[in-house]
Structure formats: structure tokens, C-alpha cells
Write a protein that binds this ligand. Structure first.
Ligand SMILES: [Zn+2]
Ligand SMILES: [Zn+2]
Length: 361
């Protein structure tokens, strides 16, 4: 089958013929229908901690083609969304309702087992998130998949695998924003827009979107932002204080970029007792004024929106059917696998919300 392979980082993807191994007892072979280009994939193209070669991609939908002998959850023909944090179901974290922190997240094969993917020269290929969705097929553990109803269009369903749950989950699950709270979202790319629609679902009062790009702020309004601030023109902290007179800041802020300054800004926007949730991936240090912690401000991380895929997916699908979840509006372009590098160039330049690769069946 054809797949986009990363051989070096920094580097670009090459379309290669990749072989898929035997389907293991609890594994499932899925024909990929659609896969989204995410910022986390872009990180791997510029620097990666994973063994190369690797097939990136961790947000996809598809149709089950084959199941292993011990698979009970799925059958051939089922429509599925790939979950980027496949869970084991038996560790302390899974059993305490936090599968996103699973000890075996990704449900990869063991180091002593043959790889699921290998190149024509026999070399094994790493799987991103235990998935590697930039490919015509994925071979994954059954706990990396969620079955969905067949009436949901697969290109839109693919977005539920990462971007949508990361943004909405950070608001509803990680921060648990209550109705009436004032919320600020720093960064209005794919994840930030989903924070905004999460805040709308939570019944937030003011939803303040902050970005440096006016087009993104325009989109933020369409997703539910009540106010927008271009932080390249205005002092965001000052502007929030003017929008919310006498408040001292927002109760909840979200950082959806992954930069030092924006993490620090998210914290600076908080009133006393407020909570900043950092979603963006930033591997450096941040600096916070200690005295502001004294007033019970908090800062916390959020991983994939604290999602429990098999619990949350029905909720998201029902919201979409009811017209309360915007998925169509998140897709900026539909491209082929051969156009994937150009798609990443546009993502790096901030020109697209989500590019989705479609595979002809
Ligand atoms: Zn992602
Ligand atoms: Zn587990």
C-alpha cells in the first residue's frame, strides 16, 4: 500500500510502497477513508523523538477490512475513527477513568514483536501514536478504534480523532468550565476554534478569542467568540480588563499554540482563582509571577482533551447531527496523498485550519 514516510527530521514526507504485517489476534486492519494534517505531525517533520523511518498521521476515519481472531469490539465493514491514544483497559489510569494517561497509550507492538509496517528493503517503520494514518491502510490494536454510525460522513468524522476532542475536551473535560464563566482562548487555529465551540457548548458568558491574524479572528467569531483581540495590535491583558470591567480577568483561559509567550499570556489573563489550561505542546520552560499564584490562580496541562473516546464519541456525533458541532467549517481543503507536503507547507504558514487527505476507494 502507499504511505507517506518520514526518513529524516527535519525532512519532508516521501510517498513509498509500504507493506503491512499479519493481523495480530487483537489487531484490526482498516482501509483509511480520510486523515487530517495536524500540528503534531508538523512537529515530527521538523524534529522528532521517534525512531525513523516513520509514517506520521494520527487523525483518521475508515472502514474495517479485517479483524484478528480475538477481536470482539469490531467486525468487517464497521466504520471507525482512529483514537490517537489507544488504551490498554487494565492499567491504573484506564481503570480510574483517565485512559488518556494510559501506561501503554498507543497500544503499539512490543519491541520483540515484528513491526506492523515495513519498507520494501525490509526495514521496519515506526507508527505514530500506534496508528500512522498517512497511508491507505492502518494496522492497529482494536483499543485504538472507536466504532461510529455509518450516516456520519467519513471526511468529517476523521477530525474527531484529534483536533476536535483536543479543543472541546480541554474546555468540557479538563477545565470543566461552568455555565456563565468568562473564557479567553489564545490561538485560533484548529484546536483554538474547537476550544471556542467548547466554551459555547459549556454556556460560557464572554468568549474572548486572541490571535495575531485577523482572518483567524473572523473565523473565531463564526465559531462562537463574543469578542476578538488582535494581540499584535493591542495589549491583550489590558484589552480583556476593558472588556470585563471590575473582573480582574477571566475565570478560564486556554493556550492552543505551544509557545512560551502565549502560555505566560494565558496565565496573565486570569482573575483571582482562575485556571489556565495549556493545550499547545511546548518543550521549554515558562516563567510565572509567583505572587499571582498566591491568589489561587492555577495552570494545568491538557492531553487530548482528557478524552475517553468510547464515552465521548457518541456525544460528539449527536452534537454534529443536531447542528451544534461545527465540523464542515473546520475543513479548509481536501487533498490527495500526493499533495500532502504542499498541505503541510500551508499548515506551517498558517493558511489553513485543517487539510484533509481523502483516499479514493
Ligand atoms: Zn493531532
Ligand atoms: Zn491503560
Amino acid at each position: 500500500m502507499r504511505a507517506a514516510v518520514l526518513f529524516e527530521s527535519p525532512g519532508t514526507l516521501r510517498i513509498e510502497d509500504v507493506s503491512v504485517g499479519q493481523v495480530g489476534p487483537r489487531e484490526v486492519l482498516v482501509r483509511v477513508a480520510a486523515t487530517g494534517l495536524c500540528h503534531s505531525d508538523l512537529h515530527h517533520l521538523t524534529s522528532t523523538y521517534m525512531a525513523l523511518p516513520m509514517v506520521p498521521g494520527h487523525e483518521a476515519s475508515g472502514v474495517v477490512e479485517a479483524v484478528g481472531v480475538d477481536v470482539s469490539y469490531l467486525a468487517v465493514g464497521d466504520h471507525v475513527v482512529a483514537a490517537c491514544r489507544g488504551f490498554c483497559g487494565v492499567c491504573e489510569w484506564c481503570l480510574s477513568g483517565r485512559p488518556v494517561l494510559c501506561e501503554r497509550a498507543g497500544m503499539r507492538r512490543g519491541v520483540d514483536e515484528p513491526p506492523r509496517l515495513y519498507l520494501q528493503d525490509g526495514r521496519g517503520c515506526s507508527q505514530m501514536g500506534g496508528l500512522s494514518t498517512f497511508a491507505e491502510q492502518i494496522l492497529v490494536h482494536e483499543n485504538s478504534l472507536v466504532r461510529i454510525d455509518k450516516d456520519i460522513p467519513l471526511d468529517r468524522a476523521a477530525l474527531l480523532g484529534c483536533g476536535v476532542v483536543t479543543g472541546i475536551g480541554a474546555v468540557l473535560r479538563t477545565a470543566q468550565v461552568p455555565a456563565g464563566a468568562n473564557v479567553a482562548v489564545v490561538g485560533c487555529g484548529g484546536v483554538g476554534l474547537n476550544c471556542i465551540q467548547g466554551a459555547l457548548l459549556a454556556g460560557a458568558n464572554r468568549i474572548i478569542a486572541i490571535d495575531i491574524d485577523d482572518d483567524k479572528l473572523q473565523l473565531a467569531k463564526a465559531f462562537g467568540a463574543t469578542d476578538v483581540i488582535n494581540s499584535s495590535v493591542h495589549d491583550a491583558v489590558q484589552h480583556v480588563l476593558e472588556l470585563l470591567p471590575g473582573s480582574g480577568g477571566v475565570e478560564y483561559s486556554f493556550e492552543a499554540i505551544g509557545r512560551r509567550e502565549t502560555c505566560e499570556l494565558a496565565f496573565a489573563l486570569l482573575r483571582k482563582g482562575g485556571t489556565a489550561t495549556v493545550i499547545g505542546v511546548y518543550d521549554g520552560n515558562i516563567e510565572l509571577p509567583g505572587m499571582r499564584l498566591l491568589e489561587e490562580r492555577r495552570i494545568q496541562g491538557s492531553m487530548f482533551g482528557s478524552v475517553d473516546f468510547r464515552r465521548d464519541m457518541r456525544f460528539y456525533l449527536d452534537l454534529y447531527r443536531d447542528g451544534r458541532l461545527k465540523l464542515d467549517e473546520l475543513i479548509s481543503e481536501r487533498i490527495s496523498l500526493d499533495e500532502i507536503s504542499a498541505g503541510f507547507d500551508r499548515l506551517a504558514r498558517g493558511e489553513v485550519t485543517r487539510s484533509v487527505v481523502l483516499f479514493p476507494n
